[in-house]
Design a protein around this ligand. Structure first.
Ligand SMILES: *Cc1c(COP(=O)(O)O)cnc(C)c1O
Length: 375
């Protein structure tokens, strides 16, 4: 090792534990019994994280590629020709789902909200009441664009009442925000290896309602992203249809064990809540302002306004923090000059305090004063 790795205050890939990294240091055949067992163990543990004791109602399907590939696999292969998708948008990841529907020529309707506002269940209720062609509703749980949490329980109640399918992009929340897919009547939920489960990038996964998935046979608009075919392959002999990311899967199995040792979703949620609290309090004490109001803010990633000071320059701020060993994240909101700090990954309040101290030093170095302005 030359230099220690920097701490990643990003929404993923994240800082992972040494043991997760080490789990990858081997060669294993993708058709070997041992590997097949790893895959089946991962699929079973994912169902538990989704609130399912067994696979009677849901199944977990692993898909090669980053999170977007998992989302696109559901969007592209579970709607029959002519079926319409309603996309609920309050950030870049919701917009990405709309874009997928457009590229795939899937009929799409969109309800769009400002990026600092949650989606309103009442609007979804009206849209579903007036449009019988809508077969599925798609929504992002934690919109990583800002860190806002959407009210998925309320939305799920509406979608269930109208008997439509529900797709949740839970990329940046799954594993750290409790969710029971059966209770909410979720049809498909997608997340990936390198977010709150703290694995390394390489694949995504869908928690799918078995009956719906069964019905989607033959609906795929792509060979490699065919979710039903991928499921059939895994069920038949435990094999992926195409080369699996074996090392990422080995790391992920270790990450799942570490999640369990931390107390599962509840334990991890508690650490992230404390990370977020410490980081946010520290940033407020320096004088930073939050983009979101506290009651819609999740504990995953937080958006801060740029300091209102002529000497502040984000690129310089970023570089100076990187030299100190901290990687932060640029903003993605369209209407305001902001940056983001993620607090997920193998990090603790100690690292949150260290980042706040480094930010304070950096501002001092840049001759940016904040307190006077915000008092
Ligand atoms: C990270 C993320 C994605 C997927 O991103 P990839 O770069 O493809 O892994 C999708 N939706 C949300 C909400 C995310 O946070």
């Amino acid at each position: 090792m030359t230099q220690p790795d920097k701490w990643l205050f990003t929404p993923g890939p994240l800082t992972t534990s040494a043991t997760v990294k080490q789990a990858q240091l081997r060669d294993i055949g993708s058709r070997d019994r041992e590997f097949v067992d790893v895959v089946s163990d991962i699929r079973r543990r994912l169902l538990v994280l989704a609130g399912q004791a067994d696979d009677t109602r849901y199944t977990a399907v692993l898909m090669q590629g980053s999170g977007t590939f998992g989302v696109e696999s559901v969007i592209s292969s579970t709607l029959a020709p002519g079926e319409k998708l309603l996309v609920l948008v309050n950030g870049a990841y919701g917009r990405r789902i709309r874009q997928m529907a457009q590229v795939l020529q899937i009929p799409v309707r969109v309800l769009e909200y400002p990026e600092d506002q949650q989606i309103h269940a009442g609007d979804v209720d009206r849209a579903l009441a007036e449009d019988a062609e809508i077969a599925m509703v798609a929504v992002v749980h934690c919109e990583t664009t800002t860190g806002i949490l959407n009210p998925i329980a309320e939305l799920a109640e509406v979608v269930q009442r109208h008997q439509r399918k529900l797709f949740i992009d839970a990329m940046s929340s799954f594993g750290a925000v409790p969710v029971d897919v059966a209770q909410l009547g979720i049809t498909y939920l997608v997340s990936s290896a390198n977010k709150c489960i703290e694995g390394v990038p390489g694949f995504s996964f869908a928690i799918a309602d078995r009956a719906a998935l069964q019905q989607s046979a033959g609906c795929a608009r792509s060979l490699s992203l065919d979710l039903h075919a991928q499921w059939q392959g895994l069920e038949a002999n435990g094999h992926f249809r195409f080369t699996p990311p074996v090392h990422a899967l080995l790391a992920f199995q270790q990450a799942l064990l570490e999640l369990e040792a931390e107390g599962g979703v509840v334990g991890r949620a508690a650490r992230y809540a404390e990370n977020h609290r410490v980081l946010n309090a520290g940033m407020a004490a320096i004088g930073f302002r939050n983009y979101l109001v506290p009651d819609v803010q999740g504990n995953i990633i937080t958006t801060f306004h740029y300091p209102d000071h002529p000497n502040f320059d984000f690129d310089q701020f970023y570089d100076r923090l990187a030299v100190r060993g901290f990687v932060i994240y640029p903003g993605k909101v369209t209407q305001a000059a902001c940056f983001r700090l993620g607090n997920i990954g193998r990090m603790y309040p100690e690292q949150m305090r260290a980042l706040v101290a480094a930010i304070e030093d950096t501002l001092h170095e840049m001759n940016v004063t904040l307190l006077a302005h915000n008092k």
